[in-house]
Design a binder for this molecule. Structure first.
Ligand code: GLA
Length: 385
């Protein structure tokens, strides 16, 4: 039985966003090396995950999935062993339907066989997609099947469901036994995609949490328009530094798993600055795993104020300006709406998680001017006045 998998949002790297079908043993080993050398491992990133396109198109005569010998000439166990030798965990991908989304064999009606095979290779994480699902079979049954197979395969394998928010997944996924679930369609490396995915999950924050996290999709931070996959790359411009910071802040405060999607072997200082931000990661990894609520503010509808209670009595607050344009918006709010009354004897001390400094102590309200596509992320502490 899995022990304590998914206690906090899983963190790691996944091959899909940048490399898609262009994957091989050297890439995965290089990614594992980079996880250690860049400090990502020390910051909490743990899983190295191979997404779609790792196998041959046909199972062998015994019905087993076969790693593509051109991409993985030493088989998958050798890759898993290498990843483990770096103190990291190894993830792989399959699908609840007959085929994966890129047309490789899916695990439909092979669930127990595949779970045993993955366990024998040393797999620690399985991303499980929803393409080519037979229409007559309910999705919740297919996730229950693989969950049961994984939970009894003799190895702790984190189950990462990926049905893109279809079929009211929020209502039933936790009860299947999955530790995380994709709630959205695929991310693209542009601001509109980031904005739409985040906004689509704001009203569903009470449905994810400890042991079963709402996965808003893998990060595009640091991709800067570079991907083998033209659909993800779009026009190839990527996002600005501010937009990637907003993306990371939102995923963090909304408790999404933090699965990096850029080429971590070649990260810019800006990208490292974002992905290694310990203050932001601490908000994501807070042991209580509470979702955010929205707070009233005096700004137009394009702004959002999000609040997440933290384990030690602090609160995380993210103020976001989703609007386009060139002018900052003033986002201000009353502490009353967070539950802090005027006569409480407390004020809030604001610590800026991107500037890494305390910005001041405020008694009744707070206000910040925020540029379009930008945010501020604070950790606030109650202090006696
Ligand atoms: C789906 C998933 C993606 C990726 C691809 C692989 O689109 O949502 O994250 O795994 O399949 O084909």
């Amino acid at each position: 039985m899995p022990k304590n998998l998914g206690l906090t949002p899983p963190m790691g790297w996944n091959s899909w966003n940048t490399f898609s079908w262009k994957i091989d043993e050297n890439l995965i080993k290089g990614a594992a090396d980079a996880m250690v050398e860049t400090g990502l491992k020390d910051a909490g990133y743990e899983y190295v995950v191979i997404d779609d396109c790792w196998s041959l198109k046909e199972r062998d005569k015994d019905g087993n999935i076969v790693p593509d010998p051109e991409k993985f000439p030493n088989g998958m166990k050798a890759v898993a062993d290498y990843v483990h030798s770096k103190g990291l965990k190894f993830g792989i991908y399959s699908c609840s339907g007959t085929h994966t989304c890129a047309n490789y064999p899916g695990s439909f009606e092979h669930e127990y066989q595949d779970a045993a095979l993955f366990a024998s290779w040393g797999v620690d994480f399985l991303k499980y997609d929803y393409c080519y699902k037979p229409k007559t079979v309910p999705g919740d049954l297919l996730y229950r099947r693989m969950a049961m197979a994984l939970r009894n395969c003799g190895r702790d394998i984190l189950f990462s469901a990926c049905n893109w928010g279809a079929d009211n997944v929020h209502d039933w996924i936790r009860n299947t036994g999955a530790q995380m679930f994709r709630s959205t369609g695929d991310i693209q490396d542009n601001w509109n995609s980031i904005k739409n995915l985040a906004l689509s999950q704001l009203d569903k924050q009470s449905q994810g949490g400890t042991y079963c996290w709402n996965d808003i999709d893998m990060l595009v931070v640091g991709m800067s328009g570079h991907s083998e996959n033209g659909w993800i790359a779009g026009k190839g411009f990527g996002c600005t530094y501010e937009e990637y910071k907003t993306h990371f802040s939102l995923w963090a405060i909304m408790n999404s798993p933090l699965m990096i999607g850029c080429d971590i072997r070649n990260m810019s200082e800006e990208t490292k600055n974002i992905l290694l931000n310990k203050d932001v990661i601490a908000i994501n990894q807070d042991p209580e795993g509470r979702g955010v609520y929205e707070i009233d503010h005096w700004c137009n509808q394009s702004c959002k104020g999000l609040v997440k209670p933290l384990e030690n009595g602090d609160y995380a607050i993210c103020l976001v300006n989703f609007a386009d344009g060139e002018h900052p918006a003033e986002i201000s709010f009353n502490f009353w709406d967070m539950g802090l009354t005027y006569n409480s004897g407390f004020a809030l001390e604001f610590y800026d998680c991107w500037e890494h400094k305390t910005v001041g102590t405020f008694r009744e309200r707070f206000s910040a001017h925020i540029m379009p596509h930008s945010c501020r992320l604070y950790r606030v502490k109650l202090v006696k006045v």
